[in-house]
Ligand binder design. Structure first.
Ligand code: IPM
Ligand code: MG
Length: 358
């Protein structure tokens, strides 16, 4: 029997709750599709700080490198909010992305049919359906550029730098063009080329790579315009490719269009195709430990893992179908509805429901 080694990084806040539900679903899916999964737990974020003093212990990196894939919950919480920047739980997340070379972050924003009314956008704006793939560069740009804090003549200043090299832009552009080729063949590259040099290089490089993908229609958009177009006419987009920080912002916006940030999964891939899978939402410390979080984004992240890293597309589809069916029967608090035939459920009840539908 095929066996996949999965590194499990539950993290902080609601992380442990949602990841438990996702592994429950994965184990059942494995049983149904005739493969085996072996889980290896490792520490990251605040949990790792408390236990080892460091947000990403070397042992965690080793476990992730030795695994076929990584499943992550979320990091961060009030408890660690006062730590200096370089010691915060978030540093663990950035460091694992860097350590595993996860430069391509895929963030699909889709509307699930049963949740159409949960979108804050009017139905006539959403149109028939919504299916956008945000491809975010994840290991470069301002997140990893030169930074510092100085004091001169009694005035404190701080800076961060946005820097992109041609090879960094080329490889994320290729990922995005490949993605667009498999989808509706439209790629929108988002930058701020009217102001930033790094964006002008981004645009020029994307244009050059476009020559290898004549079947994909490429457009460019400034990030401020894109933020507006996403709520004005979201269905104009198929694949969006953008830098680390613009992608961080636009993917939150795109996700909200789908009704709840609690629904959206993500994949972060490296050159070897192995990856890290996590919900795009955060650790939600305000509801941690209450068994009320929505585990569906993490469950859908497991589906992405099966598709993009483990080569089990049928198993991925089974999970996605089970999620849609579950939404017709039950909802967690974030996506609750007044419809009386739909039950309000806890995080673990939702996990059990999806598992039973596999
Ligand atoms: C995300 C998060 C992270 C990021 C934070 C927690 C460091 O917002 O994955 O989108 O900014 O990348
Ligand atoms: Mg974010």
């Amino acid at each position: 029997m095929k066996k996949y080694k999965i590194a499990v990084l539950k993290g902080d806040g609601i992380g442990p709750e949602i990841v438990s539900e996702a592994t429950k679903v994965l184990s059942k899916t494995a049983e149904e599709f005739g493969f085996d999964v072996e889980y290896q737990q490792a520490l990251i974020g605040g949990a790792a700080i408390d236990e080892t003093g460091c947000p990403l212990p070397q042992e965690t990196i080793d476990i992730c490198k030795g695994a076929d894939s990584v499943l992550l919950g979320a990091v961060g919480g009030y408890k660690w909010d006062t730590l200096p920047g370089a010691e915060r739980p978030e540093v663990g997340l950035l460091a694992i992305r860097k350590a595993l070379g996860l430069y391509a972050n895929l963030r699909p924003a889709v509307i699930f049919e049963p949740l159409k009314s949960a979108s804050p956008l009017k139905e006539e704006i959403i149109g028939e359906s919504l299916d956008i793939m945000v491809v975010r560069e994840l290991t470069g740009g301002i997140y990893f550029g030169e930074r510092g804090t100085n004091e001169e003549d009694g005035i404190i200043s701080a800076y961060d730098t946005e820097r992109y090299s041609v090879p960094e832009i080329e490889r994320i552009a290729k990922t995005a063009f490949e993605m667009a080729r498999k989808r509706n063949k439209k790629l929108c590259s988002v930058d701020k080329a009217n102001v930033l040099d790094s964006s002008r290089l981004w645009r020029k490089t994307v244009e050059r790579i476009a020559k290898d993908y004549p079947e994909v229609e490429l457009s460019h958009m400034y990030v401020d315009n894109c933020a507006m177009q996403l709520v004005r006419n979201p269905s104009q987009f198929d694949v969006i490719v953008t830098s680390n920080m613009f992608g961080d912002i636009l993917s939150d916006e795109a996700s909200m269009i789908s009704g709840s940030i609690g629904m959206l999964a993500s994949a972060s891939l490296n050159e070897s195709g192995s990856g890290l899978y996590e919900p795009i939402h955060g650790s939600a410390p305000d509801i941690a430990g209450q068994n009320s979080a929505n585990p569906l984004a993490t469950i859908l992240s497991v589906a992405m893992m099966l598709r993009y890293s483990l080569g089990e597309p049928k198993a991925a589809e089974r999970i996605e179908k089970a999620v849609v069916t579950a939404l017709k029967q039950a909802r967690t608090a974030d996506i609750a509805t007044k419809e009386t035939n739909i039950k309000k459920v806890t995080c673990s009840e939702m996990g059990d429901l999806v598992t039973s539908l596999i």
